[in-house]
Unconditional design. Structure first.
Length: 464
């Protein structure tokens, strides 16, 4: 669609006034996400209510206009890029915390609320919302839910899907649906809440979420464990996760990650790999938890183990960990960042396989991430203006996915699929499973206007 129908433009102007934008600056600001894919929309809608969202969706359906829902644009897979033209619906103005209910350990929010702002509002109540992606200060709750964001704390507390109790959402037909609520047990009908979470705006647009909160821990402490090589650290991950105590965080960093940390000013000794392990609890139980984790971390190839109980020291190390992804640009300007997942027991094989792919491609591949969930970020680095490196980098990507799938894993743990991994979905799922997903899409978005071209590849006519 090269231009919007005049009747559609008039409808949105009457509905939204100056919250309907078609100027060049606004279009450019909503043309990409953190994947750096780029496609200009034909218009940007900034609704302030669910009724306006419904009206926008119905107008899009009537006139056949594609619609892409957008949070803060921090996603990395192109899910918020309007590649089919049409319009972007930004939730930036639907940013109210509607209710905080400490007695029910839940909060009711609109999708435009920033993760960091919600955490600040919860602090006086002694509560927090567990998902903590690296962009936590700037990403939106709606975006977190759309791609099922996680973060380091997911090993103990789960991802966004595990921390949402209910939703209000607008389907592709413009209908308002309610699912779940301020309760933690529910055996009533289909679980639409957890179906919509992670669907990247392809099934419905979330306009309200009831979030599951957790009590803020009274005490925290961490371990920094250095290893001879990545294989020794990966084996330690399996040992840590096989014993009864669940860490709050368990992060893996390879030798190149440690080099970047030092380059950014972190006081990290040279080693083949490092684990950051954290536990939380109360003053009485924390020493026992920490001791159990330390015993599991010890083993062949361990070089040093340090206990960190000082909050400022731990904060500095975790801040350096969060800065790893943007720091990768200092190695090479091109980066393919994927977040594959394998069973925790297969992490040693994943790490070994990625190192082999790095040698075969003659390219640096930096690996770090949420090892306690089996979710590692595999970063293939290259110079885009070097034709050979460019070709080898993109030829290596499917091999990373094939490796993860061969180890019983999957394509993404928290970034989602978007455009970046859409074409690899047939490698992860059978044609019958993909057909079932398409049937769900057809039921909730009968005209295919919601974020078209994302998540699911086009159907293969030969397979129905």
């Amino acid at each position: 669609m090269s231009s919007l129908p005049a009747a559609f433009h008039q409808t949105l102007t009457q509905l939204l006034g100056d919250a309907w934008r078609t100027d060049a600056g606004t279009l450019a600001a909503h043309a990409q996400d953190n994947s750096w894919r780029h496609a200009l929309p034909l218009g940007v809608a900034l609704p302030e209510s669910r009724e306006q969202v419904q009206a926008i969706v119905r107008a899009c359906r009537e006139h056949g206009v594609p619609l892409v829902g957008r949070g803060a644009g921090t996603g990395t897979t192109g899910a918020a890029v309007p590649t089919a033209g049409g319009i972007v619906l930004s939730f930036a103005r639907m940013n109210r915390i509607l209710d905080i209910r400490p007695g029910d350990r839940c909060a009711v929010v609109e999708p435009g609320v920033l993760n960091g702002d919600l955490q600040q509002a919860l602090m006086p109540h002694g509560l927090f919302w567990p998902p903590d992606p690296s962009s936590a200060e700037t990403c939106s709750i709606g975006g977190n839910l759309a791609c099922n964001a996680g973060g380091p704390r997911a090993v103990k507390y789960g991802t966004s899907r595990d921390n949402v109790l209910g939703l209000v959402a607008v389907t592709g037909s413009g209908e308002l649906i309610r699912c779940g609520g301020a309760y933690t047990k529910d055996a009533t009908g289909y679980d639409l809440t957890h179906l919509v979470v992670g669907s990247e705006g392809t099934l419905a647009l979330i306009v309200e979420a009831t979030l599951k909160l957790a009590p803020r821990p009274r005490a925290q402490a961490g371990l920094r464990v250095l290893y001879r090589d990545a294989q020794a650290a990966a084996a330690a991950v399996s040992r840590v996760m096989a014993q009864p105590v669940t860490p709050t965080m368990l992060e893996f960093m390879d030798a190149r990650s440690l080099e970047l940390l030092r380059r950014n000013g972190a006081q990290v000794p040279e080693a083949g790999a490092m684990l950051l392990i954290e536990a939380d609890g109360d003053d009485d139980t924390l020493p026992y938890l920490l001791n159990a984790l330390a015993e599991a971390a010890e083993g062949d190839g361990m070089l040093a183990l340090d206990v960190a109980t000082d909050g400022s020291a731990r904060d500095k190390l975790w801040a350096a960990r969060r800065a790893l992804s943007p720091a990768l640009k200092s190695i090479a300007p091109g980066k393919i960042n994927e977040d594959v997942v394998v069973p925790v027991s297969r992490i040693p094989e994943l790490v070994e396989g990625v190192q082999r792919l790095s040698a075969e491609a003659d390219l640096p591949i930096v690996t770090f991430g949420h090892a306690g969930n089996g979710n590692l970020h595999v970063n293939i680095l290259y110079h885009p203006d070097d034709a050979g490196e460019n070709a080898r980098a993109h030829a290596t990507l499917p091999k990373v996915f094939e490796l993860a799938l061969a180890l019983g894993g999957t394509l993404s743990g928290e970034h989602g699929i978007g455009l970046a991994k859409r074409d690899f979905m047939p490698r992860a799922f059978s044609s019958a499973t993909l057909a079932t997903m398409r049937a769900v899409k057809q039921a909730l978005d009968p005209d295919g206007i919601l974020n078209p071209g994302k998540v699911l590849p086009p159907a293969d006519p030969a397979n129905g």
